[in-house]
Design a protein around this ligand. Structure first.
Ligand code: SAM
Length: 326
């Protein structure tokens, strides 16, 4: 009798997909540049007005918004009056994925409102996960990517994994790239498409794909499709549309490895951001440097921070590591 013959087929469970076998690549490590602290300063589209006592007060377009901020362990620089003047306050769970409620101290506000990033119009939205549809600290990556696309002076293909509401995809498309945007959330994809319309970029080539990032990348590898720039901004934990589980510490090495294999012969950059994880940027730096061994270029790593308007303190938002071609 074979080992599995006595199993009840009705109880059969799907075997987990075999893990990718990873081994260290040979060759010279890319140059390194660290620590690199990239900051977003207050600007006409967005400002961190003040922070402290576990909260942050931000200006998103026309609205002043208060949300929990666990890292703001200092005291606010502005007085209570400035904080009370907010248009919307998120109350509820302070953990990153926690659900909560929005309170509107003045007039009740609609679900969405007009926002702008560097001339690109899009929609802000009060979501139950306390996010509003944009991570302003990412702007440092977007302007870097935009420069790479414009100065390439050739067709550039960008893959935006975990792309959310599509700001990075819109910046890339406006700069002339052909963009593939992947996210597991149907809602986020719908919102991103809406943003494309509102931005007046409907004629730009963006493929919107609702899929598990890992599955999509694996398929691109099988099909032999390739990209010049890959952005990946994975959560610590997430789920694909068919329940696929994403765990950053378990899955990131395989995903970065696939990213290397789906680069064009003359790639420009691979940009990884990570947040809400217990790790230093040295961890993702070492992973990225090993992954891009033998390709030349530089791996630069550090933190994305937002500079506060009131007292000039820097609020750290995420770790990043990016490989940039020579
Ligand atoms: C922090 S957001 C990315 C923000 C984006 N880079 C930006 O700056 O606008 C993380 C996104 O990952 C998506 N996500 C979570 N698990 C996923 C998975 N397994 N495959 C694809 N996307 C996933 C979520 O739906 C969410 O939109």
């Amino acid at each position: 009798m074979s080992a599995g013959a006595d199993r009840d087929p009705r109880k059969a469970v799907a075997e987990p997909a075999p893990r990718r076998i990873l081994s260290r690549r040979k060759g010279a490590l890319p140059e390194e540049n660290l620590p690199l602290i990239m900051e977003v300063a207050p600007n006409e589209d967005y400002a961190l007005i003040d922070s402290g006592a576990g909260r942050k007060l931000e200006q998103y377009g026309p609205y002043r918004i208060v949300r929990p901020e666990g890292q703001a362990i200092w005291q606010p620089a502005l007085g209570a009056k400035d904080w009370e003047n907010a248009d919307a306050v998120f109350t509820g769970d302070t953990d990153e994925e926690g659900m909560g409620r929005w309170r509107f101290p003045g007039e009740p506000l609609g679900e969405t409102w007009p926002m702008r990033h560097d001339g690109i119009d899009y929609l802000g939205r009060f979501t139950s996960f306390r996010h509003v549809g944009v991570f302003p600290e990412q702007a440092s990556h977007w302007s870097h990517m935009e420069r790479l696309i414009r100065s390439a002076r050739r067709p550039v293909k960008v893959l935006n994994l975990f792309g959310y509401t599509g700001l990075a995809s819109l910046v890339a498309a406006r700069a002339g790239a052909e963009v593939t945007h992947v996210d597991a959330s149907r809602k986020a994809i719908g919102w991103a498409r809406e943003n494309q319309e509102i931005a007046g970029l409907a004629d730009k080539p963006i493929r919107w794909i609702c899929e598990d990032a890992m599955k999509f990348a694996e398929r691109e590898e099988r099909r032999g499709n390739a990209y010049d720039i890959i952005l990946l901004d994975p959560p610590a934990y997430g789920r694909g549309p068919k329940g696929e589980v994403w765990q950053l510490f378990e899955d990131l090495p395989a995903l970065t490895d696939i990213c290397r294999t789906i680069l064009t012969p003359q790639p420009l950059a691979v940009v990884l951001t990570a947040y809400s994880i217990r790790a230093s940027f040295f961890a993702i730096h070492a992973l990225m440097r090993d992954t891009f061994t033998g390709l030349g270029g530089t791996v630069e790593s550090g933190e994305l921070v937002i500079r506060e308007k009131s007292a000039g303190r820097a609020l750290s938002t995420s770790l990043f590591s990016r490989w940039v071609a020579a």
